[in-house]
Design a protein around this ligand. Structure first.
Ligand SMILES: Cc1ncc(COP(=O)(O)O)c(C=O)c1O
Length: 402
């Protein structure tokens, strides 16, 4: 019998929809229907792109920069990225080692596809950003989670990385500092120890540094490529989305040794070509600016971080760690598992988040998709009023739980 639908290839059929985007979409739909939803699900700054960045793109559009751009990015943007990496991160990359893509997500996809072959094992610290395991599986790789613990603030421990290595099988480690969803930041000593493990076992690294500028408590971002001479074994990924409130622009980049950069560019040439031509001058402007607008946004996030930590700690049935970067708080719901809240038995974070959305119109992301079934991710990329209102509702919901 013939089917009326085309059969989806196993490679694509196996991909899950992004859990974060799914909850955000449901909350947005409720909002659009006029419901008073407090959204802690967002993976993007609630600020608007600064005007001077927009102006550069508008000017480029008016000047007729509407034709195809080079696949790996315009020369000006690749130079601006190389200069940024040199001035801010003390990393020496030639513009020819930079590939600009449609967001850091696309840069990660290119990197994973260029490095991972069928059966290669890929170490991913857990809780992890949902996209990493999906991309690795798409490329034919095997995901090996590397546990991080709440009692360590979810910080990566090199000895756990070392234990997960299988010589000859482990191909890649995906690092993310500051981390989505935990906010954990890797310090220099950790990165040095991890770099030693990579070198000793001939493992590559993809370092996703997209939250680099959103870091709190006087900490400084450190790249693994800055603490050890391992540029030849990896890809640094960063982008414009989070630091400059440019999520909708879709501009990310990868820096990698020339053969790897060329492979990523070849892959991109057969998929999307170069990114939007007139968006690129906006990114140049952002990178070359004095960064004061980024600092203003960071300070606002820092205040919200303190507030959401305080409000969570006031609720005895919830726990949390103290994030050091990004704009997410991991809220532990372990004490609620097995109990009944608003007439519903809670068996994990998915139940809790669904109940929270239905009962109190508060949207957060369940941790199952991040590899953390007793944790929920609360984004504090929202106003202080929203944080206070959301946590008033959660307190009210949990006040009668025995
Ligand atoms: C850890 C991490 N890496 C990469 C990205 C992707 O960012 P972009 O908008 O540049 O694709 C995100 C976005 O949520 C993220 O959280």
């Amino acid at each position: 019998m013939t089917s009326s639908h085309p059969v989806i290839s196993p490679r694509v059929a196996g991909i899950s929809e992004s859990a974060t985007l799914a909850v955000t979409a449901k909350a947005k739909a409720m909002k659009a229907a006029g419901e008073d939803v407090i959204v802690f699900a967002a993976g993007e700054p609630d600020f608007d792109t600064p005007d001077f960045i927009k102006d550069a793109a508008v000017e480029a559009l008016r000047a007729g920069r509407t034709h195809y751009a080079p696949v790996p990015g315009t020369p000006e943007l690749r130079q601006a990225i190389a200069d940024k990496l040199r001035n801010e991160n003390h990393l020496d990359y030639d513009p020819a080692e930079i590939v600009v893509s449609c967001g850091a997500k696309h840069s990660l996809f290119n990197a994973v596809c260029a490095l991972v072959a069928d059966g290669d094992e890929v170490l991913i610290p857990a809780p992890y950003w949902v996209t990493y395991p999906e991309q690795v599986r798409f490329a034919g790789g095997v995901v090996v989670p590397v546990e991080t613990r709440p009692e360590d603030g979810f910080r990566l421990r090199p000895e756990v990385v070392e234990k997960a290595v299988r010589k000859g099988k482990t191909k890649l480690l995906i690092l993310n500092s500051p981390c989505n969803p935990t906010g954990a930041v890797c310090d220099e000593a950790t990165l040095k120890a991890v770099a030693d493990i990579l070198v000793a076992n001939d493992i590559c690294v993809v370092s996703d540094e997209i939250y680099e500028k959103l870091i709190y408590g006087g900490r400084k971002h450190v790249s693994i490529f800055g603490v050890a001479d391992i540029k030849d074994r990896g890809v640094l990924v960063n982008g414009m989305s989070k630091a400059y409130a440019m999520t909708g622009w879709r501009i990310g980049y990868a820096a990698a040794p020339k053969p790897l950069a060329a492979a990523m560019s070849r892959l991109q040439s057969q998929a999307t070509s170069g990114i939007t031509t007139f968006a690129q001058p906006g990114a140049v402007e952002a990178l070359r600016s004095d960064q004061s607008e980024v600092e203003q946004m960071r300070e606002a996030f820092a205040k919200r971080r303190d507030l959401i930590i305080r409000r969570t700690k006031e609720i005895p049935l919830l726990t949390c760690t103290e994030p050091e970067g990004a704009f997410y708080l991991m809220v532990g719901i372990g004490k609620l598992v097995g109990r009944t809240v608003a007439g519903r038995k809670i068996s994990g974070a998915a139940d809790f988040c669904l109940m929270l959305l239905d009962e109190k119109k508060v949207a957060a992301i369940p941790g199952e998709a991040f590899g953390a079934p007793e944790w929920c991710r609360f984004s504090y990329a929202c106003s202080e009023e929203a944080i206070n209102e959301g946590f008033d509702r959660i307190s009210d919901l949990l006040k009668d739980v025995k």
